[in-house]
Design a protein around this ligand. Sequence first.
Ligand code: PGA
Length: 237
Amino acid sequence: MSDRKYLIAANWKMNPAPQGALAKDSPYRTLSSVDVWVFPTYLDLQPCIEAGLITGAQLGSSAANGAHTGDVSMTMLTELKCRSVLCGHSERRHGRHETNEEVIAQTIAALEAGLHPIVCVGETAKQREAGEEKEVVKKQLEGLPVESRILIAYEPVWAIGTGKTATPAQAQEMHASIRSLLPKDVRDSTRILYGGSVKPDNAEELLRQKDIDGALVGGASLKPDEFQKIVSAAQMR
Ligand code: PGA
């Protein structure tokens, strides 16, 4: 077992914060044994931060400031006291056509602002069927700076919100491949999360894999009871 601390991240997407999320006994609070971070909409960032949750944004701009209607800069997120930001979530890459270059630019901007970015990577079903998954993910990681504050989330696009999960063996294989691509200085310390239909009944087995250091949870993170069980699975490790 590695000494990388487990991180369970809740991606609430375009949904309000779950009922009771800000309470003192909420499952969304970080623990001494497991890190727990939440990614609410922009509107809920401040209430979460004020309630003492470790909070990140779902998106930040690669631009520093200026005429970018609708965008929020990484520095603004830092000033609000965000810890993290998601870069390149597949719903941005595929739904909003963000390119690999744009995602790397966002990651660099996040680092410059002092954030701990979670860089999301993953292949589509078609790319996996064609046996291209490792090549696709390798390209998505190209140009990533060497920096210990970066976290990576492997989220196969075909597993997000679909109820299909990568098998623990498939996930481990990709996580090991990602780790092997990381520069030596940060290879052992970088946390690589798995995402894509993580649920209470599959979390434990996924988290048991050698190179899986936590989970980025969408749907199940909106249900406090389910999320609690996923955090508990990480605590048992
Ligand atoms: P899911 O979402 O758990 O609902 O599949 C994961 C994500 O999009 O980060």
